[in-house]
Each structure stands twice: as C-alpha cells, then as structure tokens.
Design a protein. Sequence first.
Length: 182
Amino acid sequence: MLNVLRGDDGAAAANVAISNTPLPFTVADDARVGGWTNKEQTSLTVSGGAFVANDCVGGKFSLALFRASTGTGIIHAVTVLDLDNQKVALDVFFFDSDPSASTFTNNTAVSLNSADRAKIIGKASIGAGDYANIASGIAVATVSNVGIPVDSGATVYVAIVTQATPTYTTGTMIVTVGALQD
C-alpha cells in the first residue's frame, strides 16, 4: 500500500515513483559485510612441576586479533587444550596494552604493578567442569560469549592464572582466542 501525502486542498503533495531496479552496490575484495571473525592460537611453554593457586601459566603473551586499525571488536571465545589432562580452573586476563611494569613468569605468582591495573579489560574464567577429554590424557575446554570489547588494531596481551594446583609435565598448553570485529 502506498500512502500519498495531501495538502489542505486535497491535492497530492508530491509525485512518488517506485522502481524495482536494484541500486548499484559493490564490495571490495577485502571487505566483509556483517563483521569479521578471527582466531589466534598460541602454544605456551609451561615448566614441568607443581603449580600453586594464583601462579601464572606460561607467562604473558600477545595476540593480534583484528585486521583493521579502526573500529571495535569483541573477544568472543577462549579454548584451552590441556595436554596434561589437569582440568583445573583458569582465569584468562586480557590487557589493552602491554602490562610491562608487571611480572608474569611461568609457575610463579603474578606480580601486578599498580601502573598496569587500568590496562585490564576483562577476564574469561574456565572452570574445572568446562573440560572434556578429547583423547587419552588430553582435555579441552571452551568458554564462549566472553564479550570483552576491544579497540580494533590494538594488540591484546594475555596472562593465564591457575586457580588450583596442577602439575604440568608435557611442557605445552595450547590457547586459542576468537574475536569478532565490526
């Protein structure tokens, strides 16, 4: 149904033409319509031996999650592949710039300097019950809908802290972080 506006005298206020011709629209080869998804995977070196609660697992690492230097995005998911099948609760902390005044040493308690506190943009918690065995002696856990907003183009820094007392012997943990960009 087409409604035509009429003035006080009853005359049509404007002529309206309708066309079924599509508007020209092209998308550059590197553009994405509706967003862009990316994931970065890191193999962390974890020293063998017993950890205690609040120890850093694997040290600090950085991720380049976004393809463009403008806009925004969100950290969407975190997956941990535990090659030692420890299945312990972990907190994954995200920073919007390098927390260089702090110390994140594998198998040592985190020392967060007050100068780096404002750089924390969020955390994702992986619970002990989030893991499933994928093969003999290997567990995997994924948390989705993390929802941490990030400025695109920013390098994201990450530190993982154990909330339990695992014993890592293989020396490797694989972490994958997924992001969605506007």
